[in-house]
Write a protein that binds this ligand. Structure first.
Ligand code: 3PY
Ligand code: MG
Length: 252
């Protein structure tokens, strides 16, 4: 099955990515039906383990959204398990060095391109009977740039073959730059770093993505030239909608 995220990006259309923090196949199914191009199951800061992730990928399979996972760390075992569970791309936190990026990409690719172990399980069910040998070119690898070292080594990281793009973690990036964690920081130092990362990714022909806190923020990032955005996670979207409904009901 072709990864439609690649086609969208190459035809110049922005990718709107959903984000799941609640360990529920029902939430995943509901979000997957809302028009997102892709939906990321977040095993780093989401309250989600591998067992819940499996049922969430199954739910996402019943929707048009491409299933992605953010892994808790750059750990080959975790990355390979999530790919076997049917993730069609991995977002990996805290990519700080060339070695981090090379190891991450290697975990996602079969030999001779990488060290991924063979046993695709749900890969076949989601990707199809030709999962192997298509997987290496369909599975998306996005490294998160959100540390000072990641910023310092950015150009060398972007040179890694097989790394499809970067995803900015604006909260960790702000912390790394001595600022307060915020998705849309107005600290000029953070704003400059965000723009620098975006511009270098594009210059290297790689995908420039970023986490955002709302639809408005995501639209602003697209205007800035980001190709892949996340308009908040489902827990925040639900909380905001619930709060607004309560307030409307009270006539406030
Ligand atoms: C960050 O902002 O640091 C993220 O990783 C987004 O989830
Ligand atoms: Mg982060």
């Amino acid at each position: 099955r072709p990864n439609s995220i690649r086609q969208k990006i190459s035809s110049g259309q922005p990718v709107i990515n959903g984000w799941l923090a609640i360990p529920s196949s029902y939430s995943a199914e509901v979000i997957g039906h809302q028009g997102f191009d892709s939906v990321t199951v977040d095993l780093q800061h989401g309250m989600i383990g591998i067992d819940a992730a499996l049922s969430m990928f199954q739910a996402l399979s019943s929707t048009p959204a491409i299933p992605l996972a953010r892994v808790p760390w750059n750990d080959p075992a975790q990355i390979m398990r999530l790919l076997d569970s049917g993730a069609y791309g991995i977002i990996c936190p805290m990519i700080s060095t060339v070695d981090d990026a090379a190891s991450f990409v290697s975990s996602c690719r079969y030999p001779p391109h990488g060290q991924r172990s063979f046993g695709p399980a749900r890969g076949f069910l989601y990707g199809g009977a030709d999962y192997y040998p298509q997987a290496d070119k369909e599975i998306l690898t996005l490294g998160m740039i959100e540390t000072q070292a990641g910023l310092d080594n950015l150009d060398k990281i972007l040179e890694i073959d097989g790394l499809d793009g970067i995803y900015i973690g604006p909260n960790d990036l702000a912390l790394a730059l001595g600022s307060v964690p915020k998705s849309e920081s107005d600290d000029p130092v953070v704003m400059k770093a965000v723009e620098h990362i975006r511009a270098r990714a594009i210059a290297h022909g790689k995908i420039a993505g970023i986490f955002c806190s709302s639809g408005e923020a995501a639209a602003m990032r697209i205007k800035q030239g980001f190709q892949m955005v996340t308009p908040g996670n489902e827990a925040a979207l639900m909380a905001n909608a619930a709060k607004a409904a309560v307030s409307t009901a009270r006539g406030a």
